[in-house]
Design a protein around this ligand. Sequence first.
Ligand SMILES: NC(=O)c1ccc[n+]([C@@H]2O[C@H](COP(=O)([O-])OP(=O)(O)OC[C@H]3O[C@@H](n4cnc5c(N)ncnc54)[C@H](O)[C@@H]3O)[C@@H](O)[C@H]2O)c1
Ligand SMILES: [Zn+2]
Length: 344
Amino acid sequence: MKSVVIPMNLGADSYNITLERGGLRSAGTILNLRRKVMLVTDSGVPEKWVRLLKAQCGGAEVFSFPAGEKSKNLDTYAELLRRMMAFGMSRGDCVCAVGGGVVGDLAGFAAACYMRGVDFYNCPTTVLSQVDSSIGGKTAVDLDGIKNIVGAFYQPKAVLIDPEVLSTLPRRQVANGLAEAVKMALCFDAEEFARFENEDTDARMDGVIERALRIKKAVVEQDAKERGLRRALNFGHTLGHGIEAVLTGEQGLYHGECVALGMLPMCGESLRPRVEKVLEKTGLPTRCEAEVSRVIAAAAHDKKADGDAVIAIRVETPGTFTEQKMTPEELSARYTAVFGEGRA
Ligand SMILES: NC(=O)c1ccc[n+]([C@@H]2O[C@H](COP(=O)([O-])OP(=O)(O)OC[C@H]3O[C@@H](n4cnc5c(N)ncnc54)[C@H](O)[C@@H]3O)[C@@H](O)[C@H]2O)c1
Ligand SMILES: [Zn+2]
Protein backbone atom coordinates (compact mmCIF):
# COMPACT_ATOMS: atom_id res chain seq x y z
CA MET A 1 0.00 0.00 0.00
CA LYS A 2 1.22 3.43 -0.80
CA SER A 3 1.35 6.00 1.92
CA VAL A 4 -1.79 8.10 2.33
CA VAL A 5 -1.33 11.40 4.11
CA ILE A 6 -4.47 12.99 5.47
CA PRO A 7 -3.90 16.55 6.67
CA MET A 8 -5.97 17.68 9.63
CA ASN A 9 -6.58 21.37 9.12
CA LEU A 10 -7.05 22.84 12.57
CA GLY A 11 -5.23 26.16 12.30
CA ALA A 12 -2.25 26.28 14.63
CA ASP A 13 -3.09 22.74 15.78
CA SER A 14 -2.91 21.21 12.29
CA TYR A 15 -1.16 17.88 11.80
CA ASN A 16 -0.89 14.95 9.41
CA ILE A 17 -2.30 11.48 9.71
CA THR A 18 -0.15 9.03 7.79
CA LEU A 19 -1.80 5.75 6.83
CA GLU A 20 0.77 3.29 5.55
CA ARG A 21 0.92 -0.49 5.66
CA GLY A 22 4.29 -1.28 7.25
CA GLY A 23 4.61 2.38 8.22
CA LEU A 24 5.84 1.64 11.74
CA ARG A 25 9.08 0.44 10.19
CA SER A 26 9.73 3.93 8.87
CA ALA A 27 8.36 5.82 11.87
CA GLY A 28 11.72 7.56 12.26
CA THR A 29 11.28 9.33 8.93
CA ILE A 30 7.68 10.34 9.61
CA LEU A 31 7.99 11.43 13.25
CA ASN A 32 10.79 13.40 14.91
CA LEU A 33 12.16 10.74 17.23
CA ARG A 34 15.65 12.24 17.58
CA ARG A 35 15.01 13.42 21.12
CA LYS A 36 13.83 11.94 24.40
CA VAL A 37 10.79 9.82 23.60
CA MET A 38 8.48 8.35 26.22
CA LEU A 39 6.88 5.37 24.52
CA VAL A 40 3.61 4.56 26.25
CA THR A 41 2.00 1.16 25.82
CA ASP A 42 0.13 -1.54 27.74
CA SER A 43 0.69 -5.20 28.59
CA GLY A 44 -1.63 -6.41 25.81
CA VAL A 45 0.20 -4.73 22.94
CA PRO A 46 2.60 -7.27 21.38
CA GLU A 47 6.17 -6.29 22.17
CA LYS A 48 7.27 -6.50 18.57
CA TRP A 49 5.34 -3.34 17.70
CA VAL A 50 6.91 -1.43 20.58
CA ARG A 51 10.40 -2.71 19.69
CA LEU A 52 9.95 -1.60 16.11
CA LEU A 53 9.36 1.96 17.25
CA LYS A 54 11.98 1.94 19.98
CA ALA A 55 14.66 0.92 17.51
CA GLN A 56 14.07 4.16 15.62
CA CYS A 57 14.26 6.48 18.60
CA GLY A 58 17.35 8.39 19.63
CA GLY A 59 16.69 7.77 23.28
CA ALA A 60 13.49 6.17 24.44
CA GLU A 61 12.01 4.80 27.59
CA VAL A 62 9.03 2.49 27.58
CA PHE A 63 6.20 3.01 30.05
CA SER A 64 3.88 0.00 30.06
CA PHE A 65 0.86 -0.49 32.28
CA PRO A 66 -1.58 -3.39 32.72
CA ALA A 67 -3.97 -3.55 29.75
CA GLY A 68 -7.58 -2.55 30.22
CA GLU A 69 -9.88 0.34 30.94
CA LYS A 70 -9.28 -0.02 34.68
CA SER A 71 -5.74 1.32 34.17
CA LYS A 72 -7.02 4.52 32.55
CA ASN A 73 -6.98 6.42 35.82
CA LEU A 74 -5.17 9.16 37.71
CA ASP A 75 -2.80 6.69 39.40
CA THR A 76 -1.41 5.41 36.10
CA TYR A 77 -1.37 8.98 34.82
CA ALA A 78 0.68 10.17 37.84
CA GLU A 79 3.01 7.21 37.48
CA LEU A 80 3.61 8.13 33.85
CA LEU A 81 4.28 11.79 34.71
CA ARG A 82 6.78 10.71 37.38
CA ARG A 83 8.56 8.53 34.81
CA MET A 84 8.72 11.51 32.47
CA MET A 85 10.27 13.65 35.21
CA ALA A 86 12.75 10.92 36.15
CA PHE A 87 13.70 10.58 32.47
CA GLY A 88 14.52 14.29 32.55
CA MET A 89 12.12 15.20 29.80
CA SER A 90 11.86 18.84 28.88
CA ARG A 91 9.51 20.91 26.69
CA GLY A 92 11.23 19.85 23.49
CA ASP A 93 10.80 16.11 24.08
CA CYS A 94 7.82 13.97 23.21
CA VAL A 95 5.37 11.28 24.21
CA CYS A 96 4.47 8.56 21.73
CA ALA A 97 1.52 6.22 22.25
CA VAL A 98 1.68 2.67 20.85
CA GLY A 99 -1.55 0.95 21.67
CA GLY A 100 -5.31 1.15 21.59
CA GLY A 101 -7.62 3.89 22.78
CA VAL A 102 -6.76 3.38 26.43
CA VAL A 103 -3.06 4.03 25.79
CA GLY A 104 -3.76 6.94 23.44
CA ASP A 105 -6.19 8.69 25.78
CA LEU A 106 -3.90 8.38 28.79
CA ALA A 107 -0.64 9.21 27.00
CA GLY A 108 -2.27 12.17 25.24
CA PHE A 109 -3.54 13.57 28.51
CA ALA A 110 -0.11 13.23 30.14
CA ALA A 111 1.48 14.94 27.11
CA ALA A 112 -1.08 17.76 27.37
CA CYS A 113 -0.21 18.43 31.00
CA TYR A 114 3.50 17.70 31.40
CA MET A 115 5.20 21.12 31.48
CA ARG A 116 1.90 22.51 30.11
CA GLY A 117 2.25 20.43 26.98
CA VAL A 118 4.89 18.44 25.12
CA ASP A 119 4.62 16.98 21.62
CA PHE A 120 2.36 13.98 21.34
CA TYR A 121 2.49 11.30 18.65
CA ASN A 122 -0.09 8.58 18.35
CA CYS A 123 0.53 5.19 16.74
CA PRO A 124 -2.82 3.47 17.28
CA THR A 125 -2.79 -0.34 17.21
CA THR A 126 -6.47 -1.34 17.43
CA VAL A 127 -9.15 -0.85 14.77
CA LEU A 128 -11.09 1.31 17.21
CA SER A 129 -8.16 3.61 17.82
CA GLN A 130 -7.19 3.69 14.13
CA VAL A 131 -10.64 4.69 12.90
CA ASP A 132 -11.84 6.71 15.85
CA SER A 133 -10.03 7.56 19.06
CA SER A 134 -6.66 8.66 17.61
CA ILE A 135 -8.27 11.52 15.70
CA GLY A 136 -10.18 14.34 17.25
CA GLY A 137 -7.85 15.46 20.00
CA LYS A 138 -9.84 14.12 22.91
CA THR A 139 -7.64 12.86 25.74
CA ALA A 140 -8.80 11.71 29.16
CA VAL A 141 -8.72 9.36 32.12
CA ASP A 142 -11.57 7.94 34.19
CA LEU A 143 -12.30 8.87 37.80
CA ASP A 144 -14.39 6.93 40.36
CA GLY A 145 -15.91 4.79 37.63
CA ILE A 146 -16.92 7.74 35.45
CA LYS A 147 -15.42 7.37 32.00
CA ASN A 148 -13.34 10.18 30.50
CA ILE A 149 -14.40 12.66 33.20
CA VAL A 150 -10.94 14.24 33.51
CA GLY A 151 -9.25 15.26 30.31
CA ALA A 152 -8.39 17.88 27.73
CA PHE A 153 -8.65 18.62 24.05
CA TYR A 154 -5.05 18.21 22.91
CA GLN A 155 -4.13 17.59 19.29
CA PRO A 156 -1.26 15.23 18.45
CA LYS A 157 1.68 16.48 16.40
CA ALA A 158 1.21 13.50 14.09
CA VAL A 159 -0.69 10.21 13.88
CA LEU A 160 0.89 7.16 12.24
CA ILE A 161 -1.48 4.37 11.34
CA ASP A 162 -0.03 1.03 10.25
CA PRO A 163 -2.75 -1.54 9.46
CA GLU A 164 -0.07 -4.26 9.71
CA VAL A 165 -0.31 -4.14 13.51
CA LEU A 166 -3.87 -5.45 13.26
CA SER A 167 -2.41 -8.86 12.31
CA THR A 168 -2.05 -9.59 16.05
CA LEU A 169 -5.38 -8.12 17.14
CA PRO A 170 -8.01 -10.67 18.25
CA ARG A 171 -10.98 -11.04 15.89
CA ARG A 172 -13.48 -9.72 18.44
CA GLN A 173 -11.42 -6.55 18.89
CA VAL A 174 -11.36 -6.05 15.12
CA ALA A 175 -15.16 -6.25 14.97
CA ASN A 176 -15.39 -3.94 17.97
CA GLY A 177 -13.59 -1.17 16.09
CA LEU A 178 -15.48 -1.79 12.87
CA ALA A 179 -18.72 -0.90 14.67
CA GLU A 180 -17.55 2.73 14.79
CA ALA A 181 -16.66 2.63 11.08
CA VAL A 182 -20.13 1.29 10.23
CA LYS A 183 -21.60 4.04 12.41
CA MET A 184 -19.73 6.74 10.47
CA ALA A 185 -20.78 5.26 7.13
CA LEU A 186 -24.42 5.17 8.21
CA CYS A 187 -24.42 8.84 9.23
CA PHE A 188 -22.25 10.32 6.51
CA ASP A 189 -21.43 8.02 3.61
CA ALA A 190 -24.03 5.90 1.79
CA GLU A 191 -21.45 4.49 -0.65
CA GLU A 192 -19.28 3.24 2.17
CA PHE A 193 -22.27 1.63 3.84
CA ALA A 194 -23.03 -0.16 0.57
CA ARG A 195 -19.44 -1.46 0.57
CA PHE A 196 -19.98 -2.85 4.06
CA GLU A 197 -23.06 -4.59 2.67
CA ASN A 198 -21.58 -5.92 -0.53
CA GLU A 199 -17.83 -6.37 -0.11
CA ASP A 200 -15.45 -8.36 2.07
CA THR A 201 -14.47 -6.00 4.88
CA ASP A 202 -11.28 -7.85 5.87
CA ALA A 203 -10.05 -7.75 2.30
CA ARG A 204 -10.46 -3.98 2.12
CA MET A 205 -9.38 -3.10 5.68
CA ASP A 206 -6.94 -0.36 4.64
CA GLY A 207 -9.72 1.27 2.62
CA VAL A 208 -12.15 0.96 5.53
CA ILE A 209 -9.69 2.77 7.78
CA GLU A 210 -9.02 5.47 5.21
CA ARG A 211 -12.72 6.11 4.62
CA ALA A 212 -13.46 6.34 8.35
CA LEU A 213 -10.51 8.71 8.80
CA ARG A 214 -11.77 10.96 6.03
CA ILE A 215 -15.24 11.09 7.52
CA LYS A 216 -13.98 11.83 11.03
CA LYS A 217 -11.53 14.40 9.64
CA ALA A 218 -14.32 16.30 7.94
CA VAL A 219 -16.47 16.23 11.05
CA VAL A 220 -13.70 17.21 13.47
CA GLU A 221 -12.45 20.01 11.22
CA GLN A 222 -15.89 21.55 11.16
CA ASP A 223 -16.55 21.01 14.83
CA ALA A 224 -13.34 20.53 16.81
CA LYS A 225 -14.96 21.01 20.21
CA GLU A 226 -18.12 18.93 19.75
CA ARG A 227 -20.76 21.61 19.57
CA GLY A 228 -22.78 20.56 16.53
CA LEU A 229 -21.97 18.18 13.68
CA ARG A 230 -19.70 16.07 15.82
CA ARG A 231 -22.70 15.01 17.86
CA ALA A 232 -23.65 12.74 14.95
CA LEU A 233 -20.71 10.57 15.96
CA ASN A 234 -22.84 9.73 18.99
CA PHE A 235 -25.14 7.68 16.78
CA GLY A 236 -25.77 4.41 18.62
CA HIS A 237 -24.12 5.76 21.74
CA THR A 238 -27.16 6.87 23.76
CA LEU A 239 -28.61 3.39 24.10
CA GLY A 240 -25.13 1.92 23.61
CA HIS A 241 -23.84 3.53 26.79
CA GLY A 242 -26.96 2.35 28.62
CA ILE A 243 -26.35 -1.23 27.46
CA GLU A 244 -22.65 -0.94 28.32
CA ALA A 245 -23.51 0.17 31.86
CA VAL A 246 -25.87 -2.78 32.40
CA LEU A 247 -23.93 -5.60 30.74
CA THR A 248 -20.82 -5.58 32.87
CA GLY A 249 -18.88 -8.52 34.30
CA GLU A 250 -19.62 -11.97 32.82
CA GLN A 251 -21.92 -10.62 30.16
CA GLY A 252 -19.54 -7.75 29.51
CA LEU A 253 -19.69 -6.44 25.99
CA TYR A 254 -17.10 -4.24 24.34
CA HIS A 255 -17.92 -0.61 23.67
CA GLY A 256 -18.24 -1.11 19.90
CA GLU A 257 -20.53 -4.09 20.42
CA CYS A 258 -22.80 -1.92 22.57
CA VAL A 259 -22.75 0.84 19.97
CA ALA A 260 -23.70 -1.71 17.31
CA LEU A 261 -26.71 -2.72 19.40
CA GLY A 262 -27.50 0.89 20.24
CA MET A 263 -27.77 1.80 16.56
CA LEU A 264 -30.49 -0.71 15.74
CA PRO A 265 -33.43 0.96 17.56
CA MET A 266 -32.31 4.31 16.09
CA CYS A 267 -32.45 3.10 12.47
CA GLY A 268 -35.53 3.53 10.30
CA GLU A 269 -37.72 0.42 9.89
CA SER A 270 -36.62 -0.40 6.36
CA LEU A 271 -32.94 0.24 7.07
CA ARG A 272 -32.77 -1.88 10.23
CA PRO A 273 -32.62 -5.33 8.56
CA ARG A 274 -29.83 -4.09 6.31
CA VAL A 275 -27.84 -2.87 9.30
CA GLU A 276 -28.48 -6.15 11.13
CA LYS A 277 -27.02 -8.04 8.16
CA VAL A 278 -23.91 -5.86 8.14
CA LEU A 279 -23.43 -6.29 11.89
CA GLU A 280 -23.79 -10.08 11.64
CA LYS A 281 -21.35 -10.23 8.76
CA THR A 282 -18.89 -8.11 10.76
CA GLY A 283 -19.11 -10.36 13.82
CA LEU A 284 -21.10 -7.92 15.94
CA PRO A 285 -24.14 -8.75 18.09
CA THR A 286 -27.69 -7.97 16.99
CA ARG A 287 -29.60 -9.34 20.00
CA CYS A 288 -29.54 -7.78 23.44
CA GLU A 289 -30.69 -9.22 26.76
CA ALA A 290 -30.17 -6.13 28.87
CA GLU A 291 -33.28 -5.26 30.82
CA VAL A 292 -34.99 -2.24 29.31
CA SER A 293 -35.62 -0.13 32.44
CA ARG A 294 -31.99 -0.41 33.54
CA VAL A 295 -30.71 0.47 30.07
CA ILE A 296 -32.93 3.53 29.84
CA ALA A 297 -32.07 4.69 33.37
CA ALA A 298 -28.36 4.49 32.53
CA ALA A 299 -28.84 6.06 29.08
CA ALA A 300 -30.92 8.97 30.37
CA HIS A 301 -28.42 9.59 33.14
CA ASP A 302 -25.66 9.68 30.55
CA LYS A 303 -26.68 12.59 28.34
CA LYS A 304 -29.28 14.94 29.75
CA ALA A 305 -30.81 17.50 27.41
CA ASP A 306 -33.96 19.27 28.61
CA GLY A 307 -35.46 17.81 31.76
CA ASP A 308 -35.43 14.07 31.27
CA ALA A 309 -35.18 14.13 27.49
CA VAL A 310 -32.01 13.15 25.64
CA ILE A 311 -30.87 14.09 22.17
CA ALA A 312 -30.54 10.98 20.08
CA ILE A 313 -29.26 10.59 16.52
CA ARG A 314 -31.49 8.74 14.07
CA VAL A 315 -30.72 7.37 10.62
CA GLU A 316 -33.51 6.56 8.14
CA THR A 317 -31.41 6.56 4.98
CA PRO A 318 -27.70 5.74 4.92
CA GLY A 319 -25.58 8.88 4.63
CA THR A 320 -27.99 11.18 6.45
CA PHE A 321 -28.99 11.63 10.06
CA THR A 322 -31.36 13.67 12.20
CA GLU A 323 -31.18 14.77 15.80
CA GLN A 324 -34.23 14.06 17.86
CA LYS A 325 -35.15 14.88 21.43
CA MET A 326 -36.48 11.75 23.08
CA THR A 327 -38.08 11.18 26.45
CA PRO A 328 -37.11 8.06 28.41
CA GLU A 329 -40.53 6.62 27.43
CA GLU A 330 -39.76 7.07 23.73
CA LEU A 331 -36.29 5.56 24.14
CA SER A 332 -37.84 2.68 26.02
CA ALA A 333 -40.44 2.04 23.31
CA ARG A 334 -37.78 2.01 20.59
CA TYR A 335 -35.57 -0.36 22.56
CA THR A 336 -38.41 -2.76 23.35
CA ALA A 337 -39.61 -2.83 19.76
CA VAL A 338 -36.24 -4.24 18.69
CA PHE A 339 -34.95 -6.23 21.67
CA GLY A 340 -38.03 -6.88 23.82
CA GLU A 341 -38.00 -6.23 27.57
CA GLY A 342 -34.71 -8.03 28.20
CA ARG A 343 -33.86 -9.86 31.40
CA ALA A 344 -30.27 -9.18 32.37
N1 LIG B 1 -10.37 9.92 22.47
C1 LIG B 1 -11.44 9.57 21.80
O1 LIG B 1 -11.98 10.33 20.98
C2 LIG B 1 -12.00 8.21 22.01
C3 LIG B 1 -12.97 7.69 21.13
C4 LIG B 1 -13.43 6.40 21.32
C5 LIG B 1 -12.92 5.63 22.36
N2 LIG B 1 -12.00 6.15 23.22
C6 LIG B 1 -11.43 5.35 24.31
O2 LIG B 1 -10.73 4.27 23.74
C7 LIG B 1 -10.67 3.21 24.68
C8 LIG B 1 -10.95 1.91 23.98
O3 LIG B 1 -9.95 1.71 23.02
P1 LIG B 1 -9.69 0.26 22.39
O4 LIG B 1 -10.96 -0.33 21.94
O5 LIG B 1 -8.59 0.43 21.43
O6 LIG B 1 -9.28 -0.61 23.65
P2 LIG B 1 -7.87 -0.91 24.35
O7 LIG B 1 -6.95 0.21 24.23
O8 LIG B 1 -8.18 -1.40 25.72
O9 LIG B 1 -7.30 -2.13 23.49
C9 LIG B 1 -7.99 -3.35 23.49
C10 LIG B 1 -7.05 -4.53 23.82
O10 LIG B 1 -6.26 -4.81 22.67
C11 LIG B 1 -4.88 -4.90 23.05
N3 LIG B 1 -4.11 -4.52 21.85
C12 LIG B 1 -3.87 -3.28 21.38
N4 LIG B 1 -3.26 -3.35 20.19
C13 LIG B 1 -3.08 -4.64 19.91
C14 LIG B 1 -2.52 -5.34 18.80
N5 LIG B 1 -2.05 -4.70 17.73
N6 LIG B 1 -2.50 -6.69 18.85
C15 LIG B 1 -3.04 -7.36 19.90
N7 LIG B 1 -3.59 -6.76 20.97
C16 LIG B 1 -3.61 -5.42 20.96
C17 LIG B 1 -4.76 -3.99 24.22
O11 LIG B 1 -3.64 -4.32 25.01
C18 LIG B 1 -6.08 -4.24 24.95
O12 LIG B 1 -5.97 -5.40 25.73
C19 LIG B 1 -11.67 3.56 25.77
O13 LIG B 1 -10.99 3.97 26.92
C20 LIG B 1 -12.45 4.73 25.20
O14 LIG B 1 -12.91 5.63 26.18
C21 LIG B 1 -11.53 7.42 23.04
ZN1 LIG C 1 -17.79 5.03 20.51
